[in-house]
Design a protein. Structure first.
Length: 61
């Protein structure tokens, strides 16, 4: 996930909301409904927030 995010580290909620909305739009263009994303990862907002804070990759401890 982190490799697909902007080259910045932030915990700004508005920036994360924007990225979440853009990810959902991109998924929709590929035919992936938001419900499928939620089933797979839970909160996409939380996934993006964690990715922004842990750019080195790997699993969050």
């Amino acid at each position: 996930m982190a490799e697909h995010l902007p080259n910045a580290i932030t915990d700004d909620a508005l920036a994360i909301i924007y990225l979440t909305e853009e990810a959902i739009k991109a998924a929709g263009r590929e035919g992936i409904p938001p419900e499928e994303i939620s089933e797979e990862v839970g909160s996409l907002f939380e996934v993006i927030l964690q990715a922004m804070q842990h750019r080195e990759g790997g699993l969050v401890e």
